[in-house]
Structures are given as structure tokens and as C-alpha cells.
Design a protein around this ligand. Structure first.
Ligand code: AP5
Ligand code: MG
Length: 191
């Protein structure tokens, strides 16, 4: 199964993907994690990537698609993948569709996690006390939310028009959210 997770910062994409990895036995492809790994290197590219993600702006579409395409080419992605935080723009969604079509693969489902803004901010500020992610501060969270609302939220219509969209209430407990996601997965799983 190939599944795209759409949700604002702090919605629980990473939390739920970790659980789904075990259920579906397919790899978790988080573009945020991939870009943070690039950021740790010492190069002109890594400083450029850092300047984007540390301010809450999106990394360029073609760069992200290139990184994802490299992962998709590996054997571990043969039976599917969980895309966490990718695509994040309509251009990325089209690039992914084109890439999958070229390689004879399909996307099965897009899962939207819905959570209220006040809750998102609380979750991320709480996580900031333990994780120390450079983009987990109030000012950058506001920018990430703004970027989500303007550039990423329109993807729900894109996937709804393909009949692939499912929406889950992310305000519930992690266990309940997972239960709902499992039901959605069961509806879209090809046998
Ligand atoms: P990314 O790493 O994807 O971050 P994000 O989208 O801002 O989301 P988070 O990782 O903060 O939240 P999450 O939804 O994973 O929630 P989590 O499970 O951790 O992206 C970072 C940056 O990289 C972007 O801003 C951009 O610059 C760049 N980037 C990434 N992808 C890109 C792309 N495709 N194109 C261009 N640029 C890209 O949960 C959050 C907290 O809440 C945790 O502490 C968790 O324990 C808790 N929690 C989870 N679920 C619940 C629940 N149900 N109830 C209570 N608490 C919960
Ligand atoms: Mg995450």
C-alpha cells in the first residue's frame, strides 16, 4: 500500500506512521526527517536546506521529489510506503503522481489528520521541551501553520477528486486515531 499523510504540524503524522509501519510492514518516508538529515551535513546544500526548514518555509519541490525518488527506487519500497509530510504542495502531488505512473505504481490513499490550531501549538510547544527541534518555537510554528493552510491544505481537494481522500479526527487519543486509520486502510487496501 502507498499512503500519503496530510496534516498540519503537530497533527500526529509521525506518531501514527510509526504504528502503521508495524501493521503494514512498509517503510516510513518522512521528508521532514530526510531534510533534517541533510541539514546535519556540512555543505552549501545543507546550509540552504537549514535556512528553509528552520524558518518554517518549505524546501523546494524538485529537491524534495529527488530525495523521495531515490528512496522509492530502493528494494524496501517495493511493496509500498508511508509518505509522512509529502507531498506538501500541488506541484509535489503532481510530481509524485507522474513519478509513480512512470514506474507503474499507484497511490492507494491520502489520509488527512484534522486537529485544531490551539491543540497543535500546545502539542508542539510540549514536544519542544524534550526534542529540541530548531523549528519548534512559537514564531516558527505560526509560519508552519500558515504554510500548511495556504500551500498544503488544498491537496485534500486534489485527492478527493481522485477518490482517494480519507479524513480522521486527530483530536482523539492516539489509540482511537489509530483505530480510525486502520478502518480507512482496510477500505483502500488492494487484495
Ligand atoms: P515535518 O518534519 O514533516 O514537520 P511538521 O509537518 O511540521 O510536523 P511535525 O513533525 O511537527 O508533527 P507530526 O504531524 O509528525 O506530529 P507528531 O506525531 O510528531 O517537516 C518539518 C519541515 O521540513 C517543514 O516545515 C519544511 O520546512 C520541511 N519539509 C518537510 N517535508 C517537506 C516537503 N514535502 N516539502 C518541502 N519541505 C518539507 O506529534 C506531535 C506531538 O504531539 C508529539 O509530541 C506527539 O507525542 C503528540 N501527539 C501525537 N498524537 C497525539 C494525540 N492524538 N493526542 C495528543 N498528543 C499527540
Ligand atoms: Mg513529524
Amino acid at each position: 500500500m502507498r499512503l500519503v499523510f496530510i496534516g498540519p504540524p503537530g497533527a500526529g503524522k509521525g506518531t501514527q506512521c510509526k504504528r502503521l509501519v508495524e501493521l503494514l510492514n512498509i517503510p516510513h518516508l518522512s521528508t521532514g526527517e530526510m531534510l533534517r538529515a541533510v541539514k546535519k551535513q556540512d555543505s552549501a546544500l545543507s546550509r540552504w536546506v537549514a535556512s528553509h526548514i528552520d524558518s518554517g518555509k518549505l524546501a523546494p519541490d524538485h529537491l524534495v521529489m529527488r530525495i523521495v525518488a531515490q528512496k522509492l527506487a530502493s528494494d524496501e519500497c517495493e511493496n509500498g510506503a508511508l509518505f509522512d509530510g509529502f507531498p506538501r504542495t500541488l506541484i509535489q502531488a503532481q510530481l509524485l503522481d507522474d513519478h509513480l505512473a512512470e514506474t507503474g505504481l499507484v497511490l492507494d490513499m491520502a489520509l488527512e489528520l484534522k486537529v485544531k490550531e490551539e491543540e497543535l501549538i500546545q502539542r508542539i510547544l510540549k514536544r519542544a521541551q524534550v526534542d529540541g527541534r530548531a523549528d519548534d518555537n512559537y514564531e516558527t510554528i505560526r509560519e508552519r501553520l500558515n504554510v500548511f493552510n495556504t500551500q498544503t491544505a488544498p491537496l485534500t481537494e486534489y485527492y478527493a477528486s481522485q477518490g482517494k481522500l480519507e479524513t480522521v479526527d486527530g483530536m482523539q487519543s492516539p489509540d482511537k486515531v489509530f483505530e480510525d486509520i486502520r478502518a480507512c486502510v482496510a477500505r483502500h487496501q488492494r487484495t
